[in-house]
Design a protein around this ligand. Sequence first.
Ligand code: URA
Length: 268
Amino acid sequence: MTARWSERQVAMLREMGVQHFWPLQPEVPPEASAVARPALPAEPVSAAAAVAQALPQRALAPAQAGAAPLGPRPIGVETMDWPTLRDTVTGCEACGLCRGRRNTVFGVGNTRARWMLVGEAPGEQEDRLGEPFVGRAGQLLDRMLAATGLTRAEDEAERQVYIANVIKCRPPGNRNPLPEEVAQCEPYLLRQVALVQPTLILAMGRFAVQSLLKSSEPIGRLRGRVHDYHGVPLVVTYHPAYLLRNPADKALAWDDLCLARELVQSRA
Ligand code: URA
C-alpha cells in the first residue's frame, strides 16, 4: 500500500479525523487479496431461509411480538429497468416496514458507477428525505469519499459513486432489520447491482457485510481482502456511524478505502 498522499488527500484525511497518514496495516499478503468467495450453501435454499440461516442471531433484532405479516414479494424484479424497479420499491408492501415509513430510500448516485456503496437501512433523516446517508454518518461518509477522490454528487462518471442500502425502509426505532425483512428486500439490491454493474462493492458495517456475504464473521476478520458478491468484488469496511463512535478506527477505514481504490484502478 502506498504511503504517499497528495496535500489535498492529507487535508481530506485530517477532515475525516484520521491522524496518521502512513499505512497502519501491513501490506495485504498476495494470497489474502485474492478474491475470496463467501461460503454459500451447497443446496439451493430459499432466500429467506438462507438469510435466516446465515445471519448470526446477535446481529438481528429479537423476534417482535406480533411482527407484521409479510406481503407478497413483487415478481419479475430480476428483469426490471431502473424506472420500474424504483416504482416497485416505492410501492413495496412485502414486509411490515412499509407501515412505518415516510419514504422508501432507493439509492443515489451514478447508475453506472464503478464504486457501489452498500449500507444497512435508512435512519430517521433518510426516511424523511428519501436519500441514503444524509445524517451525521452520511456527512462523514461524504468526507471519506472526498478523501478518496469520489462523490455522490453529479460529477465525472469516474468520480461518482452509487449508494444503496440492504433495506429500503426504515426499521422502527432504528432496530436491526429482521431476517425476513432482509429476504423480502434482497431482490431489489441484487437488481441494483446487476443494473449498475459496479467494478467494486464497498459494504459498510457489520449488518450489511454479514447480510451480503451470508457470514457471521466480525468485520475485523473480513476486512483487508477482496470477497465476491454475485461476481462483483466486495471490500468490507466499518459503518460511518461506528466510526463516529470509534474515531480511532478511521485509520483502518482509510486502509479499506485504499484497498478498494487499488482494486478499482487495477480494473480500469
Ligand atoms: N445508515 C445506513 O446504513 N444507511 C443509511 O442510509 C443511513 C444510515
